[in-house]
Design a binder for this molecule. Structure first.
Ligand SMILES: Cc1cc2nc3c(=O)[nH]c(=O)nc-3n(C[C@H](O)[C@H](O)[C@H](O)COP(=O)(O)O)c2cc1C
Length: 214
């Protein structure tokens, strides 16, 4: 059993990376092999809508033909059992790196018939972990949660299954006094001892166990 964690934040010690590391620990505790990939270490483009992956009776069917750093990654993913995608929320969406990656990953397997029985190589267990500065109430009120749920369902439909874990109210800076930040939660965040609560870290750990056990 192998789980791959893919990070769409450039911050190697950031909230997303920490949550993904916990997911990996959970998976490892259940005996899985793990691999961590940071998309910011790779050079690639988004989907160029060539539709080669939709061409009937062709070698390119169900495969992205672009030849950049995502090619070997997409090949390794086909040999992986569980996949966890982690991204910070940027302007209500996933990061650009993560969106470009998911366009390339998902579109090759999309079946334009819509039942999710398309040409994916296997049924993957997947999860999306999204981290954001806003609190849970704002995340719900502003429609961010709904759009993450929708995208998680798209991943599940295309790859076999998916679940969503959100981390809200994140700490952005080690030292808030050095940065311009005028939000009302400044005082609380600058003095917070645990950058990520033990409960949230446990949720990520448990997710890792679930992804490789069930
Ligand atoms: C370009 C940019 C846009 C952002 N947009 C949002 C946003 O729309 N909503 C939000 O809650 N946080 C937003 N944030 C904050 C990050 O989502 C948040 O700090 C996240 O936890 C960062 O993850 P990281 O530590 O893994 O990089 C934004 C940050 C950046 C750099």
């Amino acid at each position: 059993m192998k789980l791959m964690a893919i990070c769409g934040s450039a911050r190697k010690q950031g909230n997303t990376a920490k949550m993904l590391r916990q997911v990996m620990k959970g998976a490892e505790s259940a005996g899985a092999e793990t691999e961590y990939v940071n998309l910011f270490d790779l050079t690639y483009t988004s989907c160029i809508s060539c539709y080669a992956c939709k061409l009937k009776n062709s070698k390119s069917f169900a495969h992205c033909t672009l030849n950049d750093d995502l090619k070997p990654l997409l090949e390794r993913i086909e040999k992986t059992d569980a996949l966890v995608l982690g991204s910070p929320v940027y302007y209500g969406n996933l990061s650009g790196q993560m969106r470009s990656f998911t366009d390339r990953l998902l579109f090759q397997y999309l079946d334009y018939g819509g039942r999710g029985t398309g040409p994916k190589p296997k049924v993957f267990k997947t999860a999306l972990v999204a981290t954001m500065n806003m609190n849970r109430d704002d995340c719900l009120k502003r429609g961010v949660y709904d759009s993450l749920v929708w995208f998680s369902e798209v991943i599940g439909h295309t790859l076999g299954s998916s679940e969503l874990l959100t981390l809200t109210d994140t700490v952005l800076f080690d030292d808030y006094s050095k940065y311009v930040y005028l939000m009302p939660d400044l005082e609380e965040k600058s003095h917070r001892i645990e950058k990520i609560s033990p409960e949230d870290l446990k949720k990520a750990f448990d997710l890792g166990v679930r992804l490789v056990c069930s």
